[in-house]
Design a protein around this ligand. Structure first.
Ligand SMILES: [Fe+2]
Ligand SMILES: [Fe+2]
Length: 305
C-alpha cells in the first residue's frame, strides 16, 4: 500500500513536469513567432532609423534563438504603402543629385552617404521580402532576416565612418530608386527575387571592385575596408536570391532562367546594365548561360553595336 502511494506521487510529479515542459514549448512556438512577425512589421512601419535597426535586431534574435519556427497561419500583411522611411534624407530625382568626385573631401562625404542610403534601403528591402510573402519554409524567413541584420551592420559601419567627415545620415539628398522596385514586385515573389537580390544587389557585385580600386589608389584604407566587408556579405545575399528563386521555380514547375529574364526584361524595360562581375556572380549561383544572356542584353554593349 505504501509503495503504491509513493508510485502515485512520483507519477503525478512526473506528469506535471511533462505537461509544464510541453506547455512551455508550445508557448515558445505559438507566442514567439507572432512576435517575430510583429518585429518585422514594426521595423518596416517605423520612420525612425534607430527603431528600424532595433526591431530588425529583435527579429533576428527571435528567429535564431528558436529552431522550431512556425509561421502563424492567419498572419495579416499590411500593404506596401504602409512602409515608412525617415523624413531625411529628402528624395530627389537621380539627375538632381550632386556629382560625386571621390578625390575631394565633399565628394568622399557624398559617396559614403550615398552608399549608406543604399544600405538603409537594403534593410527595408530584406525585411519586406521576409514580411510580405507567406507560406514559405522557416529557413526563408531566417535567411532574409539574416540579410537585414547584415545590412544594419553595413549601414552602421558607414554611419560611423560618415561621422568622421562631420556628416550624418540624412544630411545629403538621395533617391528612392531601390525601394520603387519593391513596390513594383509586392505581389509576386518570383519577380521580387529576380529583381531585388538577383538584379539590384548583384549590381553591387559588379560595381564595387572598381570603387575599391579608386579608394586604394587614393590610399583611403578606412573606406576600402568597409566596402570589402560589404562586398563579401553581398555575395551571400545574392546567393540567397538564387537559392529561393530555385525553390519557388521548382515548386511551380518553371525554369529559373526563363522566369528570371522574363521579370528582369518586363520590369527593367531594356535598362539592363553591365559589365558583370563573372567570378562573384558565379559564386552567387548565376550559371554561365545566365551570364551570357545578361551580356547579350547589356544596354551599353547594345549601344556600341
Ligand atoms: Fe549591404
Ligand atoms: Fe545586401
Amino acid at each position: 500500500m505504501y509503495s503504491l502511494i509513493v508510485l502515485i506521487i512520483i507519477y503525478k510529479r512526473l506528469s506535471k513536469y511533462t505537461t509544464d515542459t510541453i506547455k512551455s514549448a508550445f508557448r515558445q512556438e505559438y507566442l514567439l513567432m507572432p512576435d517575430f512577425f510583429n518585429s518585422l512589421e514594426n521595423a518596416l512601419l517605423s520612420s525612425s532609423v534607430n527603431e528600424t535597426i532595433e526591431m530588425t535586431r529583435q527579429a533576428f534574435e527571435l528567429c535564431h534563438q528558436n529552431s522550431s519556427f512556425i509561421e502563424p497561419v492567419n498572419r495579416i500583411i499590411k500593404p506596401i504603402d504602409f512602409v515608412r522611411f525617415p523624413d531625411k534624407p529628402i528624395c530627389v530625382a537621380p539627375r538632381d543629385l550632386p556629382r560625386r568626385r571621390l578625390g575631394t573631401e565633399a565628394g568622399k562625404r557624398s559617396f559614403i552617404h550615398a552608399i549608406a542610403h543604399i544600405e538603409f534601403n537594403a534593410i527595408k528591402l530584406a525585411l519586406d521580402i521576409a514580411y510580405r510573402f507567406k507560406g514559405m519554409p522557416a529557413q526563408f524567413y531566417k535567411d532574409w532576416v539574416y540579410v537585414a541584420n547584415d545590412e544594419c551592420k553595413h549601414f552602421q559601419l558607414l554611419c560611423n565612418h560618415l561621422a568622421t567627415y562631420d556628416c550624418q545620415y540624412g544630411d545629403n539628398p538621395s533617391h528612392d530608386g531601390l525601394w520603387s522596385m519593391a513596390v513594383k514586385t509586392d505581389d509576386n515573389l518570383l519577380a521580387r527575387l529576380s529583381l531585388v537580390p538577383r538584379y539590384l544587389e548583384a549590381r553591387g557585385l559588379d560595381v564595387t571592385p572598381a570603387m575599391l580600386e579608386k579608394l586604394y589608389a587614393q590610399k583611403d584604407m578606412d573606406t576600402a575596408a568597409i566596402l570589402e566587408i560589404i562586398l563579401e556579405d553581398e555575395v551571400t545575399h545574392v546567393e540567397f536570391g538564387t537559392k529561393w528563386l530555385d525553390f519557388v521555380c521548382e515548386n511551380e514547375g518553371v525554369e529559373r532562367e526563363d522566369v528570371f529574364f522574363e521579370h528582369v526584361e518586363r520590369l527593367l524595360k531594356g535598362q539592363i546594365l553591365g559589365p558583370f562581375n563573372k567570378p562573384l556572380r558565379l559564386r552567387a549561383g548565376f550559371t554561365p548561360s545566365e551570364l551570357l544572356e545578361l551580356e547579350r542584353l547589356d544596354k551599353r554593349k547594345l549601344k556600341q553595336t
